[in-house]
Ligand binder design. Sequence first.
Ligand SMILES: Cc1cc2nc3c(=O)[nH]c(=O)nc-3n(C[C@H](O)[C@H](O)[C@H](O)COP(=O)(O)OP(=O)(O)OC[C@H]3O[C@@H](n4cnc5c(N)ncnc54)[C@H](O)[C@@H]3O)c2cc1C
Length: 416
Amino acid sequence: MSSPASSDVERINTQCCIVGGGPAGMMLGFLLARAGVDATVLEKHRDFLRDFRGDTIHPSTMQLMHELGLLDEFLKRPHNEVRELEGQIGDTRVTIADFTHLPTKSKFIAFMPQWDFLDFVAEHAKRFPTFHLMMETEGVDIIEDAGIVVGVRAKSHERALEIGADLVVATDGRHSTMRARAGFQSENIGAPMDVLWIRISRRTSDPGQTFGHTRGGRFLIALDRGDYWQLAFIIRKGSFEEIQQRGIEAFHRDLAMLAPYLSDRLGEISDWNQVSLLSVAVDRLRSWCCPGLLCIGDCAHAMSPVGGVGINLAIQDAVAAANTLAPRLRAGRVGLETLREVQRRREFPTKMTQWLQVQIQNRFIGRVLDNQPIALPLFVRLLQRWPILRRLPARVIGMGFRPEHIRTPEASAARA
Ligand SMILES: Cc1cc2nc3c(=O)[nH]c(=O)nc-3n(C[C@H](O)[C@H](O)[C@H](O)COP(=O)(O)OP(=O)(O)OC[C@H]3O[C@@H](n4cnc5c(N)ncnc54)[C@H](O)[C@@H]3O)c2cc1C
């Protein structure tokens, strides 16, 4: 990266400018820099510490860590290991997936706060002199020249920046500025729900983590974060105002009905400011690229929280993109056909995953929220009768469709 100074706009050049330091952006920046490509990641926030990031690191991601030689170190970070996914439908407790037979090194889902995961990736990426992470730097527009994206306009502390790049990769999530500026069209697939995100303290006497509690038209997921629970309360899309109007005590009653063990501490939630509304979206771009610009992760396909697979899909996109782009970027500019190759590779897993999420949203979650009677679905009943079948959902959730592998060699000359 070079930075010839100018009076009011600072100009920087890099081979690949990645806008957004989430799982997709950080992993891509790391892999490109590791392969000897000059990669600059822009992240608009000061740190990775945000509450409403998902927490699930799947076996497919840990397999990638293993291929990178980082798994042992990664697993030294505080995390919880979940080998089976369980849920509660009415009064019936069911087991949905068994990860212990996966053909991967780690046969479990690791629950680790996403900021720890991103810090870990950043720490390792920084070993390479070709990796540049610019925090508190927001991409505000693309720079075009003769119909080709040749860089990004950004701002950092009111300082204007122009970052020239052989390739721009947009990883700025579901509300992407980059994809809006480039005029990409997205197909809205829809979701019947939103999520209320709440923290409450956890006691050692509390039961273990479950996939979800459902009862009386309500749905709650409780994520164990050591000394507190991160609660995800699933509501009908657009119904938060109505819930607020019923009052905080009625909200406490809903939570107590789903998770009675929380009854003694619901007073900790005394104000609606402690409840964050996360709008769930499921969509995907028709085209993920144009000359000079590629979108991956949620920017190309916003995922539903169903199955907690969005982070892992974003990481898989990053690995596929690095495998395809690194050798070409080292040789210079990357053509549109190469960018389309990345889309072709990742479109199938994206469509399959979203299709499954929509089936679960419409056939199960939508019915729960409408308080319609739910008989245990046939598939779930079969899973209870023949535990061996639980390996199938474990494979889909834990490894996803078409799992990627690290194909980019470490450029030893690039080591710090
Ligand atoms: C309620 C909810 C719960 C979820 N829970 C889970 C879960 O448990 N497990 C799971 O796997 N998935 C979960 N998901 C999905 C998951 O969060 C996403 O699929 C995943 O984070 C996508 O990663 P990403 O890197 O593509 O985008 P993001 O994680 O959205 O990262 C985008 C990054 O870009 C930054 N940014 C945005 N705009 C700019 C800009 N203009 N300039 C610079 N930086 C910018 C943002 O600050 C952010 O850091 C959940 C989603 C929802 C809505």
